[in-house]
Design a protein around this ligand. Structure first.
Ligand code: SF4
Ligand code: SF4
Length: 105
C-alpha cells in the first residue's frame, strides 16, 4: 500500500467530469407530480440547483435578467422539464428559497 505522502495532491489529479443534460435520452417528465418553478427575482445565481440536480435538468443560460430593484445578472437558470423528474432536491438546496414545487397539472 502506498503511503499517504506518496499519493498525489488534489491539484495534481485530472479534472473530473460534471453531469450535463441529456445524459439519458429518456424523458423523466412522467415521473412528476410536482414541478419546480424558479423565481428570477429571488434567485441569487449561486448555481447550487444546477450542481445538485441529479438529472442535470437545470440549464444555465447567458440570458441577462434585471430584477425589479435594478440588479442585473448575466446568467439565468431554467428548468428543462423534459428531463426534470420532480424530486425537489433543487428546491431543498436553494439557499434563498427561490424554487417552489408546484402541483403538476
Ligand atoms: S426537481 Fe429534481 S430533477 Fe427537477 S430540476 Fe429539481 S433537482 Fe432536478
Ligand atoms: S439554487 Fe436558488 S439561488 Fe441558486 S441559482 Fe438555483 S434558483 Fe438561483
Amino acid at each position: 500500500m502506498k503511503s499517504r505522502e506518496s499519493l498525489p495532491s488534489w491539484y495534481e489529479l485530472p479534472i473530473g467530469g460534471i453531469s450535463r443534460p441529456n445524459i439519458t435520452p429518456e424523458s423523466k417528465a412522467g415521473w412528476r407530480f410536482e414541478k419546480p418553478v424558479i423565481d428570477n427575482e429571488k434567485c441569487i445565481r449561486c448555481r447550487l440547483c444546477f450542481l445538485y440536480c441529479p438529472d442535470a435538468a437545470i440549464v444555465e443560460s447567458d440570458e441577462k435578467y434585471t430584477t425589479k430593484t435594478g440588479k442585473t445578472y448575466n446568467v439565468s437558470y431554467k428548468i428543462n422539464y423534459y428531463f426534470c423528474k420532480g424530486c425537489g432536491i433543487c428546491a431543498e438546496e436553494c439557499p434563498v428559497k427561490a424554487i417552489t414545487m408546484v402541483p403538476e397539472v
